[in-house]
Design a binder for this molecule. Structure first.
Ligand code: SAM
Ligand code: PRE
Length: 259
């Protein structure tokens, strides 16, 4: 396997297109990471999150800079393991292993299948364990890299600081938390512009007005984005010393938080 790859092999990942919100629904149920979402998730997230492939691949590149020998790399809210696969493509540090955690049984089952596929295609990958569980109840081991890639926004706002504090306490010197999130903006004009441009991004990716509107009502009760300022303040309150944004595309961003 090439040590570094900019075009990740995804031959084993579902290509089923996301049409979950294409038909009018009498009542739009709250969004859940269930079997239906799992089937279309690779397509859904790529067509919904501007910059997602760039974030995932470069998360591996960043992680390789922070990985410390004989430590754990966490992928929290791992879904189908896209981040875990990127960590395994890029990190070569001795004795590292990946722990991927998700509380959706459907995601975990499919994630394990995809990682078995990665294992069968490539040699010398970091060992990986996939845990079905709540990241709020996780007993963290000493870690050098923690990835929260579009997961914190699904955690109840009043639980976020406690989770980040526990992550901070588990982080080894030289390590990092990499946090990617959808953002909201305190400036109303900036918020409206970037929200409109995100809708244009979805439209350009083939979603209809109906799909966009129904998805919006499905996620509005379950996904609560914060502003960049709120993230920064919360991370500092949780004990991180420095917060460095490294990527933003429209209203989606990724930050490096240092212990
Ligand atoms: C938007 S997806 C993450 C995408 C994924 N990290 C990636 O880059 O492809 C959010 C994931 O977080 C998981 N999740 C939400 N709350 C969780 C919790 N309390 N514990 C564990 N996983 C959680 C969901 O099941 C879902 O798979
Ligand atoms: O904001 C949206 O419309 C989204 O679809 C975002 C988002 C996310 O950021 O995680 C929400 C749910 C799905 O997991 C995929 C993408």
């Amino acid at each position: 396997m090439p040590a570094f790859s900019s075009t990740p092999p995804d031959a084993t990942v579902s290509k089923e297109p996301d049409r979950l919100f294409a038909q009018p629904l009498a009542q739009v149920p709250d969004f859940a990471f269930n079997e239906d979402v799992v089937r279309v998730f690779p397509d859904m997230i790529k067509r919904s999150v501007p910059g997602y492939p760039t974030i995932v691949e470069n998360l591996g590149v960043l992680a390789a800079q922070f990985a410390q020998p004989n430590s754990v790399l966490y992928d929290l809210g791992s879904s189908l393991g896209a981040v875990t696969q990127a960590l395994r493509r890029h990190v070569r540090t001795d004795g590292c292993r990946v722990i991927a955690v998700d509380n959706s049984a459907a995601m975990v089952e499919r994630c394990r299948e995809y990682l078995n596929g990665q294992d069968s295609m490539f040699q010398e990958l970091l060992p990986v364990e996939v845990i079905e569980g709540d990241i709020l109840a996780l007993a963290f081991q000493p870690a050098s890299v923690v990835a929260l890639n579009f997961t914190l926004q699904f955690i109840a706002p009043d639980q976020r600081t406690a989770l980040l504090s526990r992550i901070r306490q588990s982080l080894l010197p030289g390590g990092a938390l990499i946090l990617s999130e959808k953002l909201r903006f305190n400036d109303a004009e900036e918020h409206a512009l970037l929200t409109d441009l995100h809708v244009a991004f979805k439209r350009a990716n083939g979603y209809s007005e109906l799909e966009i509107a129904q998805k919006r009502s499905a996620i509005e009760n379950v996904m609560k984005p914060d502003s960049l300022e709120e993230h920064r303040e919360r991370l500092l309150a949780a004990g991180f010393s420095k917060v460095v944004p490294w990527f933003q595309c429209l209203n989606f961003a990724s930050l490096i938080a240092l212990p």
